[in-house]
Design a binder for this molecule. Structure first.
Ligand code: ZN
Length: 417
C-alpha cells in the first residue's frame, strides 16, 4: 500500500487555512471564516479547483455549486469511487473541519499519481456546498440536493440574514455550474473527517470507524409579545417572549435529565435574539433556535413531540404567540457495514488502533449514504476535540493516519473486482 505524503497534506491544510483567516478576539488565535458562497469561500473554491486541475483531475461544477474532480479509471465506464467533504466553514472555525476530507482525498490522488497507479474504477474528489448551514440555515445543502433530498428550487430560494439568495450568491462567486445536480450513484463514498468531539482522544485510539450519524432536528422559533417599559409596566401586564424562550431552554435540559429518552439525547438552544434588545425594554420579539439529536430517530420524534407540547403550553401561559419552522431534520443514518469493515481492516493493517462510534455531528456522508455504500474515517482532535473554534487541532500524524487509511480504503474499493 502506498503511503501518502504527510508533509504535503499538512502544507495543503495550512494553505487552504490561510484563505478566510481572521484574528479571533476570544482566543487570540488565527481562525478561519469561510462562510458558504462568500468571497472567501469563492477564493477557497478556486484554490482547491486549481489544486484538482494540477493533480490532473477533470473538474465539473453542478448547478448547486458542488465541485467534482474526476480521475480516470482503467475501466472508465464503471461508476466511480468518491471521496470528499466540504470547505465552507462556520464563522469561528479551524483549519480541519471538512478540509481534511477534501484535501485528504486530493492527497490520495497525488499519491496515486506519484505511484503511477491507475485504479480500475474512476476516482472522484468532491466538495459540497454549504455543509455547515451556517449562512443559509440548512446544513448539508449541496449534498442533499445532489442526492435528491432537497429540490434545486428550494435550495436556490434559501436566503441569508441579509436576504441574499443561494442562487444569487452562487452566481456572484462564479460557482453556479452547468452540470446536472442529481448525482448518479457512485460505487461507494468515503469521507475522512475530524471527530469534532472528545471520544477518540479520551480513549487514546488512533482512529474512529464511524457506524453512522445520529438523527438531528433544528427549529427556529419566533416568539412575539409586547414591548413595554421595564420600569413602569407592572409585571402582571407584561407579555414577555423572552421568558418563554428561557423556559424552553431550561426545558431542553429537563428533557435530557428526565432520562425518558435514554442517556443519548442532546439538546441545545444556540441562538436567542431579543428585539429591540435594550436593557430597559421588555422585548416584543425573540428569535431562538433549538438543536436536538439522538442516535435513534423514533426516540428523537418522541422528544420533539414533548418539546412541542411544552412550547405551546409555555407560550399560552405567557400569552405569547409562537411560530416555529423546522430548518433541518435528518433521521439517523447507518453507514455501510462493508465500508466500515474496510476502514477497520486498513487501520489494523497499518497497526493503528481504532474504535467504532456514532457521529454526533452531521456530515455530507449521511446524504451520500442514500445513494451508495458510504462510510467515514474519524481523526481524533486535541483539546477535547474542540471544533467550530480556532483551537480546533489535529496533529500532522493524526491527519496522516486518517488519510493513509482513506487511501487504502479508496484503493480497495476502486480496484475491487
Ligand atoms: Zn465538517
Amino acid at each position: 500500500m502506498p503511503n501518502i505524503n504527510a508533509d504535503r497534506l499538512w502544507a495543503s491544510l495550512e494553505a487552504l487555512g490561510r484563505i478566510g483567516a481572521y484574528q479571533d478576539e476570544a482566543s487570540g488565535l488565527t481562525g478561519v471564516r469561510r462562510l458558504a458562497l462568500t468571497k472567501e469561500d469563492g477564493e477557497g473554491r478556486r484554490h482547491v479547483v486549481a489544486e484538482m486541475k494540477a493533480a490532473g483531475l477533470d473538474v465539473t461544477v453542478d448547478r448547486i455549486g458542488n465541485v467534482y474532480g474526476r480521475r480516470k479509471g482503467r475501466e472508465d465506464a464503471l461508476s466511480p469511487v468518491m471521496a470528499g467533504s466540504h470547505i465552507d466553514s462556520v464563522a469561528t472555525a479551524g483549519r480541519f473541519d471538512g478540509c481534511l476530507g477534501v484535501l485528504g482525498a486530493l492527497e490520495v490522488v497525488k499519491t496515486l499519481n506519484d505511484a503511477k497507479h491507475v485504479t480500475r474504477r474512476p476516482l472522484v474528489v468532491a466538495f459540497f456546498t454549504e455543509e455547515e448551514g451556517a449562512r443559509f440555515g440548512t446544513d448539508m445543502l449541496g449534498s442533499a440536493v445532489a442526492t435528491g433530498r432537497l429540490s434545486l428550487d428550494a435550495a436556490y430560494a434559501l436566503t441569508d440574514r441579509a436576504g441574499l439568495s443561494v442562487r444569487g450568491e452562487l452566481e456572484a462567486i462564479g460557482f453556479l455550474g452547468p452540470a446536472e445536480e442529481r448525482l448518479a450513484p457512485p460505487y461507494a463514498y468515503v469521507e475522512c473527517h475530524i471527530e469534532q468531539g472528545p471520544v477518540l482522544r479520551a480513549a487514546g485510539v488512533d482512529l474512529g470507524v464511524v457506524t453512522g450519524v445520529q438523527a438531528i432536528s433544528w427549529m427556529e422559533l419566533t416568539l412575539s409579545g409586547k414591548s413595554a417599559h421595564a420600569g413602569t409596566t407592572p409585571m402582571s401586564l407584561r407579555v414577555d417572549p423572552g421568558v418563554v424562550a428561557s423556559r424552553i431552554q431550561l426545558h431542553l435540559r429537563e428533557l435530557v435529565k428526565s432520562g425518558r429518552f435514554g442517556s443519548e439525547l442532546r439538546a441545545t438552544m444556540g441562538v436567542t435574539r431579543f428585539e429591540p434588545g435594550l436593557v430597559n425594554v421588555v422585548p416584543n420579539r425573540v428569535m431562538a433556535t433549538v438543536d436536538i439529536r439522538h442516535p435513534d430517530d423514533a426516540v428523537l420524534k418522541r422528544a420533539e413531540a414533548e418539546l412541542h407540547d411544552f412550547m405551546q403550553r409555555a407560550a399560552a401561559e405567557e400569552k405569547v404567540t409562537l411560530a416555529w419552522r423546522q430548518t433541518a431534520r435528518t433521521p439517523d443514518v447507518a453507514f455501510s457495514a462493508r465500508v466500515q469493515d474496510k476502514v477497520a481492516d486498513a487501520a489494523r493493517a497499518r497497526g493503528l488502533t481504532f474504535q467504532r462510534l456514532v457521529s454526533g455531528a452531521g456530515h455530507d456522508c449521511q446524504e451520500l449514504a442514500r445513494l451508495c455504500p458510504a462510510g467515514m474515517v474519524f481523526v481524533p482532535g486535541e483539546y477535547d476535540g474542540i471544533s467550530h473554534n480556532p483551537r480546533e487541532y489535529s496533529t500532522p500524524k493524526q491527519c496522516a493516519d486518517g488519510v493513509n487509511v482513506l487511501c487504502d480504503v479508496l484503493l480497495a474499493l476502486a480496484d475491487e473486482a
